[in-house]
Design a protein around this ligand. Structure first.
Ligand SMILES: Cc1cc2nc3c(=O)[nH]c(=O)nc-3n(C[C@H](O)[C@H](O)[C@H](O)COP(=O)(O)O)c2cc1C
Length: 369
């Protein structure tokens, strides 16, 4: 791996050189005009850090907990589909990197490594399983049973995907999963999982999702899921205080603020702007996580100050995988750990609890003075 890669954006640039067009576009793209994709990052820059000094930062501690599990850093790995297009080991490499740092890894339903394969290759990783609900409820309840049996500790139900957003590059490329790869959580041809290896003229993944995911879901389906599992349920994709409260009332243990990496409907708020509304609505009753555009230690610091318990990363790990498999994914996590530690020390925070809301402020505040 190139030793000159010292930050996530270096990994991103390098990955752009290394990945085949079909995979790069699938990983990189946002929906339609990609306004929210750009905003996810720009909005983070509209928050400034208000550092405090002379507060003894000689002993730094980045440890926190998520759903009662101890983690070494307040950030983890978001579910991203089909990671074997980035590196041969795919999701297994991400899971191993998560274990090395000591944080949570989330496996996508539509991964190229199976629920059981991850456990066999990386038994010590704190594992969450991300769930999509299929029209055939047996498909979903079987996934739930397998995740429970394999020792996953939470189900992350993605609520923002009745179908997939229009990602123009995938339509142009007629995106398909390369023939040597498959959706590993599905074994047989009769569950139609190989639809993703074909295109009927547009994006193969969108065609797969349209034919199999259930767009008729309502809050009652969250209650159904709650009835069939004892695992805690995290709702991923919430962008409003109203939905956060509905989620909490439906029995969610945590709310994950996300716009799906700006891949669903373009024009929704950047995640960091939606975060304070959700934190306020839940008023400490439920853990709140966030993802979307976070790629530096200072970004993570800002989200923690705004009330997130955990920040999740999607594309940064894909860039790490593309540049160096497990080692690349680990390096990305390690860089973020060092950057967050530096941001904390230089802002007067020795522990995660020291990162308080008054340590961030909107950029506009200074132009008004
Ligand atoms: C290539 C790619 C695939 C994704 N696949 C899934 C998925 O299978 N399930 C899901 O809930 N979210 C999926 N997401 C959304 C991520 O979990 C996460 O919300 C998003 O990537 C965070 O933004 P970031 O990439 O800027 O960190 C995917 C995102 C990307 C970029």
């Amino acid at each position: 791996m190139n030793s000159k890669l010292v930050c996530v954006s270096d990994f991103e640039k390098e990955a752009h050189k290394l990945l085949p067009q079909n995979a790069l576009d699938y990983y990189r793209s946002g929906a339609t005009q990609e306004i929210t994709l750009q905003e996810n990052k720009e909005a983070i820059n509209r928050w400034y850090i208000r550092p405090r000094f002379l507060r003894d930062v000689s002993n730094r501690n980045l440890k926190t907990s998520i759903l009662g599990h101890k983690v070494n850093v307040p950030f983890g790995i978001a579910p991203t589909a089909m990671q074997k297009m980035a590196a041969p080991e795919g999701e297994n490499a991400s899971a191993k990197a998560a274990a090395r740092i000591g944080t949570a890894f989330t496996l996508s339903t539509i991964a190229t490594s199976s629920i059981e394969e991850i456990v066999a290759n990386s038994p010590n990783t704190l594992r969450f399983f991300q769930l999509y609900i299929y029209k055939d409820r047996n498909v979903t309840s079987n996934l739930v049973k397998r995740a429970e049996a394999a020792g996953y500790t939470a189900l992350v139900l993605t609520v923002d995907a009745p179908e997939f957003g229009i990602r123009r590059a995938d339509v142009r490329n007629k995106f398909t999963l390369p023939p040597h790869l498959r959706m590993a959580n599905f074994q047989t041809d009769d569950d139609k999982s190989n639809l993703v290896n074909k295109s009927a003229g547009g994006s193969g993944i969108n065609e797969y999702v349209k034919s199999l995911f259930d767009p008729s879901l309502t809050w009652n389906d969250v209650k159904w899921l709650k009835r069939i599992t004892n695992l805690p349920i995290v709702l991923k994709g919430i962008l409003t205080g109203e939905d956060a409260i509905l989620g909490q009332n439906a029995g969610a243990s945590a709310i994950w603020v996300s716009n799906h990496g700006a891949r669903q409907v373009d024009g929704v708020p950047p995640s960091i702007e939606a975060l304070p509304e959700v934190v306020k609505a839940l008023n400490g009753q439920c853990e709140v996580y966030v993802d979307g555009g976070f790629s530096q230690g200072t970004d993570i610091f800002k989200a923690l100050a705004l009330g997130a318990k955990m920040v999740f990363l999607g594309r940064p790990l894909l860039w790490g995988l593309a540049c160096g498999g497990e080692e690349g994914a680990y390096k990305v996590l390690e860089i973020l750990q060092k950057e967050l530690e530096s941001a904390m020390a230089l802002s007067g925070c020795a522990t995660i609890d020291d990162i308080s809301q008054d340590m961030v402020i909107r950029k506009e505040h200074y132009s008004r003075l």
